[in-house]
Design a protein around this ligand. Structure first.
Ligand SMILES: [Fe+2]
Length: 275
């Protein structure tokens, strides 16, 4: 199990981060002489990175007045869970706290923020089952915002999960029993009794992004992970295999791997990418 305790990490400034980006990304952020002013408002803590697929997850803290310098699209699915603040995406909508998107490749957008925002931001990277290509950023004219640069066929542009833009407060919580009736083959990810809110789901593979709510006093005996989790503790605390994790901690597990049990004395709310 990999654990990233973000409260123990310093925020990285975007201007420093640009130097670590793939060349096809950093050369496509906008006019070179404006990059420093724009990206010094982009703070992040890296949660996960996979050079093979180009998967990347960051905890980001964008400062008031942040604005992308250009509109662009990605060859990768981009996914975001907003924790606080405001974010306007051109061609889309304004996102606030507890809003979420899963955007298939190709859709043109630019982000601006009035008050700044905190979010979990993912570049899904190469994944055939999700119709997702490698991380990239390709500048397109602002008037094309909201359109797809890769195909004219809107239905196929949506990919298996669709283009999800949702206020997650309006989605229902499923009890473990309700979840098991809907998806018996997943067996509640072998997590016992908790509440699950599905944010996006791949109907072929049943890979999903979800909020998991562990009730106060939750306990799970030692066993094996029923799924691969890449998860961020939004609220509360979790102990996993004897490792205590406070909020703003990220952890990753592999399906089938053994764990030494879980506990959530005060309860916990996590955002999880589950496969
Ligand atoms: Fe983007």
């Amino acid at each position: 199990m990999k654990i990233v305790r973000t409260r123990e990490m310093e925020w990285q400034n975007g201007w420093d981060v640009i130097s670590m980006m793939p060349d096809n990304y950093k050369e496509n952020l906008g006019p070179a002489d404006q990059l420093e002013a724009a990206y010094s408002k982009y703070l992040q803590k890296n949660l996960s990175i996979d050079p093979t697929t180009t998967f990347r997850g960051d905890f980001v803290d964008l400062q008031p007045g942040f604005a992308d310098l250009t509109d662009a699209y990605h060859d990768s699915v981009e996914e975001c869970f907003f924790i606080s603040g405001d974010c306007t995406l051109s061609g889309e909508q304004i996102f606030y706290s507890n809003h979420y998107f899963w955007r298939p490749p190709g859709f043109i957008h630019a982000a601006t923020s009035v008050t700044g925002f905190k979010a979990l931001l993912f570049s899904h990277g190469e994944d055939e089952s999700e119709g997702s290509g490698a991380a990239s950023r390709v500048i397109r004219p602002s008037e094309l915002a909201g359109t797809n640069a890769l195909t004219d066929d809107y239905a196929s542009a949506l990919g298996p999960r669709g283009w999800i833009k949702v206020d997650t407060e309006t989605l229902p919580w499923l009890t473990s029993e309700e979840f098991n009736v809907k998806y018996p083959e997943l067996n509640g990810f072998s997590l016992g009794a908790l509440s699950i809110k599905i944010l996006s789901i791949n109907p072929q593979t049943l890979a999903m992004s979800a909020l998991l709510k562990f009730p106060e006093g939750y306990r799970l005996p030692a066993g094996n992970w029923g799924a691969g989790f890449r998860a961020f503790i939004l609220d509360g605390e979790l102990a996993v295999s004897g490792e205590f994790m406070e909020s703003e901690t990220w952890f990753e597990t592999s399906k089938g791997e053994a764990h030494q049990g879980m506990a959530a004395e005060v309860g916990a709310l996590i955002f999880a990418k589950i496969s």
